[in-house]
Design a protein around this ligand. Structure first.
Ligand SMILES: Nc1ncnc2c1ncn2[C@@H]1O[C@H](COP(=O)(O)OP(=O)(O)OP(=O)(O)O)[C@@H](O)[C@H]1O
Ligand SMILES: [Mg+2]
Length: 248
């Protein structure tokens, strides 16, 4: 089992959108038993998969004696399950700190490792106790970055933070330019400056995910953004296989 966090310091950069489309791709194209774990209290990932808000139990995933396997739900898509979020996760940082549970997230992932091949985390923004636990527990961190100098700067801050805190081999970090509009000079310049980065085009069809409440590939299989998510997942899958081969 390998885990991918879709994370950014900043809000509104496309994390939930990327997480849902990658998880769908893992379950369908790669036929991996996949869990999308929504750790953000807003519950956007569950919303985009047409799941109604679960209630107030999501924080229990992190309590000492909970069994996360019993809290997952199937999504209606083959091999794709969801661990849903709700408002009770707003206090997650306090919950983890008060319980002195510095390794809790890692323990939850361990409890799920026999049931899933790929776990995708839709993370809340910010640099918090939750994000520190995520950094310690995952194999790969995907960082969606709007193509602006400020956002690219914030990415480099996170990459430097990760490099500083890693005494042992830490997670790989994979930047992805999100919401790229080729009509805009600044966006084209960001692409030219980072030719080896993946990028997702800005398109109104991507925003429609919130109306269709479904992964993009299910209602727009041939659009450029669907192809971009597919290419991104193929790269991630190859990286995970290489990491798994190194650690076995
Ligand atoms: N490639 C894209 N093209 C057009 N719109 C996009 C694209 N990616 C994301 N969006 C839109 O941008 C908005 C923010 O996306 P999303 O919710 O995925 O970001 P987020 O980083 O998860 O936000 P938050 O920090 O609030 O959790 C949404 O309305 C989404 O539909
Ligand atoms: Mg989100």
């Amino acid at each position: 089992m390998s885990t991918v966090a879709v994370y950014s310091l900043k809000g509104g950069v496309g994390k939930s959108t990327v997480a849902v489309n990658l998880a769908y791709r893992a379950a369908t194209a790669s036929t991996r038993r996949t869990l999308l774990w929504d750790i953000d209290a807003q519950g956007a990932a569950g919303f985009l998969l047409n799941q109604d808000k679960a209630g107030r139990d999501a924080h229990k995933i992190f309590s000492r004696d909970a069994d996360a396997r019993h809290l997952t739900v199937s999504t209606g898509y083959a091999r794709l399950s969801l661990l849903a979020a709700d408002n009770s996760l707003r206090q997650l940082d306090v919950q983890l700190i008060e319980a002195e549970a510095r390794k809790r997230l890692r323990k939850v992932l361990r409890a799920l490792q026999d049931d899933y091949d790929r776990i995708i985390l839709d993370c809340p923004p910010g640099l918090t106790e939750t994000s520190e636990q995520i950094f310690r527990a995952v194999e790969l961190i995907v960082v969606p970055i709007p193509p602006s100098p400020l956002a690219i700067g914030a990415y480099h801050d996170v990459a430097a933070h990760l490099a500083r805190r890693q005494r042992h081999e830490g997670p790989e970090i994979l930047p992805v330019l999100s919401m790229v509009d080729m009509r805009r000079k600044l966006h084209r310049e960001a692409l030219e400056a980072h030719p080896d980065w993946h990028w997702i085009p800005q398109a109104s069809v991507v925003e429609r995910m919130a109306v269709e409440r479904a992964p993009l590939a299910t209602f727009a299989p041939r659009c450029a953004a669907t192809q971009a998510f597919a290419g991104l997942w193929t790269d991630i899958e190859q990286r995970l296989q290489a990491i798994e081969a190194r650690s076995s």
